[in-house]
Design a protein around this ligand. Structure first.
Ligand code: NAP
Length: 257
């Protein structure tokens, strides 16, 4: 059953939310959806062109609500994340949301033949960026009265699957980072930390993973936004340290969500 959530238009008013991988796919849908519900969004992605196009799109209807920050996680180092956090600290009193969404798919191949370069690139983009960004932004998140961190997972990051190589393994790492941060922040802050498996979603990554699939049979990124919105809402305050999924999402039964 599809999760439905009728959020008021001002649900995220006065909230500042960062989204990584915002230039395309699910991250781009989150950016538009959060702004449509009143948030100011800080958008990170690799492609400057995609970010500028999205900036123009959002700015035309919601002036002053979007900041873009092109950043290639493959080559970024700790100092780049610290500098970003310091710059945001000058502009915003706190950070209310952080969506770790950027990821690379890499090769699908048996471990025996898995390319070393893909292994290193995926660790850097899918895991190290989430560590550095979380580390740099925890102080700003803890300043919020009700902050959310969402790590983007996958079914292959919860049960290992042949030939998914570094992609699945980086998602296992992301689940570990989520659990560790959730445990650390549980009693010392109001930051709620969860992971979310969006499930098969009609994006370029899905097309690359399943080239023979008819995209029309796969849910769009816009169609899964009710779950993202709910997780950012005050109603989701009791969800913490959970490995959640869009498919069958049911917040009244966290183990099913
Ligand atoms: P997508 O359309 O390929 O978008 C991925 C985003 O990540 C892009 O905006 C891309 O930036 C960004 N990115 C890639 N490499 C980067 C780098 N080196 N530095 C900074 N940003 C980088 O993928 P998606 O399907 O929306 O996936 C979003 C999340 O959902 C991922 O974590 C993915 O693992 C997860 N997921 C997706 C599905 C699915 O079926 N689509 C299923 C399960 C989980 P640019 O566009 O700027 O290049």
């Amino acid at each position: 059953m599809t999760f439905e959530y009728s959020a008021p238009e001002n649900l995220l008013e006065n909230k500042t939310i960062m989204i990584t991988g915002a230039g395309d796919g699910i991250g781009k849908a989150c950016a538009q959806c959060f702004v449509d519900h009143g948030a100011t969004v800080i958008l990170l992605s690799r492609s400057q062109d995609k970010l500028e196009a999205l900036y123009d799109q959002i700015e035309s209807t919601h002036p002053g609500k979007v900041i873009i920050h092109p950043m290639d996680f493959k080559i970024a180092v700790a100092q780049d994340y610290k500098a970003l956090a310091e710059s945001l600290n000058q502009q915003f009193p706190c950070l209310d949301g952080l969506i770790h969404n950027a990821a690379l798919l890499g090769a699908r191949s048996p471990i025996e033949f898995y390319p070393e370069q893909d292994w290193n690139d995926l660790m850097q983009v899918n895991v190290n960026s989430a560590f550095h960004l979380s580390k740099a932004l925890i102080p700003a998140l803890t300043q919020s009265e009700d902050a959310r961190v969402i790590f983007t997972s996958s079914s292959v990051g919860r049960v290992g699957k042949a030939y998914w190589g570094a992609y699945g393994i980086t998602k296992f790492a992301v689940e570990g980072l989520m659990q560790t941060m959730a445990d650390e922040l549980a009693n010392t802050s109001s930051v709620r930390v969860n992971s979310l498996n969006p499930g098969g979603t009609r994006t370029q990554m899905r097309k690359d993973a399943y080239p023979a699939e008819d995209p029309a049979t796969v849910p769009t990124a816009d169609s899964i936004m009710p779950v993202y919105l709910y997780l950012m809402s005050p109603e989701a305050k009791s969800l913490h340290g959970q490995a959640l999924s869009v498919r069958g999402f049911d917040p009244s039964e966290p183990e099913k969500a």
